[in-house]
Design a protein around this ligand. Structure first.
Ligand SMILES: [Zn+2]
Length: 400
């Protein structure tokens, strides 16, 4: 039995002001949280009043695309979706992508910044096949005691318009990839019903979750929310379907946003927002008010799509809060909740958070309140994965 006592931290649960408490960890799980806990056999770490957040959850990134830790590559992606897709595909071989070192080094940076769970989309198409899946799996394996990584088989180049891609997605699911992706069923693939029927059909056959990139804006995007909700209901997939980006949500009038959020909540469909560039952000308060699940992610990080990004989920939470004009502490905490508990819901984690019985996945930061930490982005003092310290003061610790 291994025991750890985190003395005098301020554990955070959504909606509750953090108070001084000890956290007793036994065999990687939280055994108790309370004042003045006695654990004579435990290794003791004094937290000096620091905030203890649950491990941050990045539910949307592209580890297979990253150039992290490699040479600087000036961006040649241009400004259109089709242009970026073409640029990404045509230059990946020349740049050695996908790359296990780049993906692994990016994971290291994410962990050091407090992330304990990741969902990564991985490109699948007839040219690259399942190479990206193998590379990201190998990178995740390097950090398997530090972070849990879930993969999405993602048809970045289109599904119906790229013959052969559907078969490869199916092969990925048969090989154990947990989630099937989709991409603008109407706006890019030109057949919303056909695209969604294929994706939902494969998900049903292989017991996979679904995560669809939906950049389509305005009424075209909102119409597809309805198609996705309808299919989620018909197949009983509540809690297993996510719409990523969902730019159209941020473009609706407030009444329509509320109606959509209520429909999402009732059907068990989540949204993920990344607050990328000038793209509309899914309204955090509206989603919370309706009881709909919202999660966050970094999206592309230093890749052929964007030269920006550092993998720091707390910074992403801060960006979302800023872009959505969340200003009261209670509002900013909603963004923090999305980047933690919201992400856990999208990943389907049944044990998560600062509660007895849950794995001790923790991110310790200094700050007067959780909202202040989201604004100030203090260094991550300590990061724990299943009760083991994996990073300190923003740096990854070597495995023991
Ligand atoms: Zn993406």
């Amino acid at each position: 039995m291994t025991e750890l006592l985190l003395r005098g931290g301020r554990p955070w649960n959504p909606g509750v002001a953090p108070e001084l408490a000890d956290i007793h960890v036994v065999d990687g799980r939280i055994a108790a949280i309370g004042a003045d806990l006695a654990a004579p056999a435990a290794e003791v770490i004094d937290l000096d009043g620091a905030l203890v957040l649950p491990g941050l959850v990045d539910t949307h990134c592209h580890l297979d695309k990253t150039l992290w830790s490699g040479p600087w590559v000036p961006n040649t992606g241009g400004r259109t979706l089709a242009g970026r897709i073409a640029n990404g595909e045509s230059r990946r071989a020349e740049l050695g992508l996908p790359n296990v070192d780049y993906a692994g080094n990016l994971l290291a940076a994410m962990i050091a910044a407090g992330t304990t769970h990741v969902r990564s989309h991985v490109d699948v198409d007839p040219e690259i096949g399942l190479a990206g899946v193998e590379v990201v799996r190998a990178a995740a394996e390097r950090h398997r005691d530090r972070v849990d990584v879930e993969l999405v088989a993602f048809p970045q180049g289109g599904l119906l318009r790229r013959p052969g891609t559907a078969k490869l997605l199916e092969a990925a699911l048969a090989d154990g990839v947990e989630v099937i992706g989709g991409l603008d069923p109407a706006g890019y693939d030109d057949d919303a019903a056909g695209h969604l029927d294929l994706v939902f059909g494969l998900a049903e056959r292989y017991g996979a979750k679904i995560d669809i990139h939906l950049h389509d804006g305005g009424s075209l995007g909102a119409w597809q929310f309805g198609l996705i909700v309808e299919r989620t209901r018909a197949l009983g997939l509540a809690g297993r379907v996510t719409i990523s980006h969902a730019y159209a949500m941020g473009q609706q009038e407030p009444d329509e946003q509320r109606r959509i959020a209520e429909e999402l909540a009732a059907a068990g469909v989540a949204m993920v927002t990344c607050a990328v560039g000038e793209a509309p952000v899914v309204p955090v308060r509206v989603m919370a008010g309706a009881g709909a699940t919202l999660a966050l992610g970094n999206d592309g990080i230093r890749d052929l799509w964007t030269p920006y990004g550092d993998g720091d989920m707390l910074r992403r939470i801060s960006t979302v809060a800023y872009r959505d004009r969340l200003v009261a502490d209670t509002e900013i905490e909603l963004a923090l909740r999305a980047g933690t508990h919201g992400g856990a819901a999208v990943l389907g984690l049944t044990e998560y958070g600062l509660t007895p019985g849950a794995p001790a996945d923790l991110c310790v930061v200094d700050g007067p309140t959780p909202a202040a930490a989201v604004v100030a982005l203090p260094p991550r003092r300590l990061v724990f994965k299943r009760g083991r310290m994996v990073a300190a003061n923003g740096a990854l610790l070597a495995a023991d």
